[in-house]
Design a protein around this ligand. Structure first.
Ligand SMILES: [Zn+2]
Length: 415
């Protein structure tokens, strides 16, 4: 196993200092100009490494190819990471990367003066990193290791493969993508042009292994038009949308909510509501690992509304269902090559290979349904989206070894 800690720290630090937050409110593609500037720097670095077919699209998708150094037909593997960092936490500020060598366990002081202390109780992965060299920000920004750790890992893998040509590999495709944090990552990603047989996103948390199972997701929109009347003369006439909506919300079973479920359990949760005398509306999030359970929950909500319509016959109560993303597992089960290779490589490199199901979606889930099977791999960071974000250099180093191992294994066996 090669020790990449110094190199990956240097590469990560360089990228962490470049501001590239995305923006929920922006309507442009990509959502911020800073991502374009960051992409240009990455493009120059890929050019310096001598990669081929380097392309920065107008939608800020940066792709490149490391050509095979062996004859024959082998699967083309893609490695992806996202360039944006979480919208809140860095914009207009520079990230300072702080090194905490040889973590001894217990509290990790991120900023002594300001009393910013990372406690193992909020970061359980810390307990698996005793003896590791950890990095954090100075506590006044996020670290941005989500997902610049992923980018640094991919860059170091490329450098290593290029400087060790005796390691044989097939065609390797790289993609750095924008706007993952605002859920627009796979929009405009050209799967046919990328032309990989399968790919990996490097965007998982430290110790989370290989994740290839995520939620199925739907959004429900409920719209209510009530019956208005003067409150003083409303008896027997008024059907108040404020109450109708409250009635609907209160009928949903308490044991099927976001705040009462975990692990493999699905849920339905109200995310927004508006109501007055005339109309009411609500947005509802439905999530389940099983499509059958997802549809059963939606049917249960439909049944509630059938009942509600009987109780308020003068009102109009509509339900619109939009399916947003799907669990990638059924597709992966049909072509498990990517997961099998990664599991073997992770185990050989002393990494946890089993990933817990993701209680959310990933870019890879959408890409999988766009035709590119893309499980998600550990990228060595944890506690993202805030000043407590940290990453393990030891973990990142092992992951670089594992990626090299994946590339090797791909050409060692039949396509
Ligand atoms: Zn991420």
């Amino acid at each position: 196993m090669t020790n990449f800690k110094n190199q990956v720290l240097e590469t990560f630090t360089k990228y962490a200092q470049i501001e590239s937050g995305s923006d929920f409110k922006s309507e442009t593609t990509p959502s911020t100009q800073s991502q374009v500037e960051f992409a240009k720097i990455l493009k120059a670095d890929l050019e310096l490494l001598g990669l081929k077919e380097i392309k920065l699209s107008s939608t800020c998708h940066l792709t490149a190819k490391l050509p095979a150094n062996i004859e024959g037909k082998h699967p083309v593997i893609g490695f992806l990471a996202h360039m944006d960092t979480y919208p809140e936490g860095t914009i207009g500020r520079k990230v300072q990367v702080c090194l905490h060598p040889n973590y001894k366990g217990g509290d990790l002081t991120i900023n002594k003066e300001r009393g910013i202390i990372l406690k193992p109780s909020v970061a359980p992965a810390l307990s698996k990193c005793i003896g590791h060299d950890l990095i954090t920000s100075a506590g006044d920004t996020l670290l941005g290791a989500d997902d610049k750790a992923g980018i640094a890992i991919i860059m170091e893998m490329l450098k290593y493969l290029i400087s060790n040509p005796e390691i044989k590999h097939g065609d390797i495709k790289i993609a750095f993508t924008p706007d993952e944090e605002i859920a627009r990552g796979p929009d405009n990603f050209d799967v046919p042009a990328f032309a990989a047989d399968f790919a990996y996103t490097l965007d998982g948390e430290c110790g989370d292994g290989i994740a290839y199972e995520n939620f199925n997701a739907a959004t429900l929109n409920i719209d209510i038009k009530g019956v208005q009347a003067h409150p003083g003369q409303a008896k027997g006439i008024m059907e108040n949308p404020v109450r109708i909506l409250a009635d609907i919300i209160s009928r949903w079973p308490e044991n099927k909510l976001a705040e009462t479920t975990e692990g493999r359990e699905g849920f339905l949760t109200f995310t927004e509501s508006k109501a007055d005398f005339a109309t009411a509306s609500a947005s509802v999030m439905v999530r389940s690992f099983e499509e059958k359970e997802l549809r059963a929950m939606i049917a249960e909500m439909e049944d509630i509304l059938v009942d509600i319509r009987k109780k308020y016959p003068g009102s109009e109560i509509d339900l619109k269902t939009t399916y947003t993303y799907k669990n990638m597992r059924p597709v992966i089960d049909k072509d498990p090559r990517a997961v099998k290779l990664a599991k073997e490589a992770f185990e050989e490199c002393g990494l946890c290979a089993d990933g817990a199901p993701i209680r959310g979606g990933t870019d890879g889930a959408r890409l999988t349904y766009m035709g590119l099977i893309t499980p998600n791999l550990d990228a060595g960071y944890a506690t993202p989206h805030g000043p407590f974000e940290w990453a393990s250099l030891d973990q990142m180093s092992k992951i670089i070894n594992a990626l090299v191992c994946i590339c090797q294994k791909t050409v060692e066996r039949e396509p």
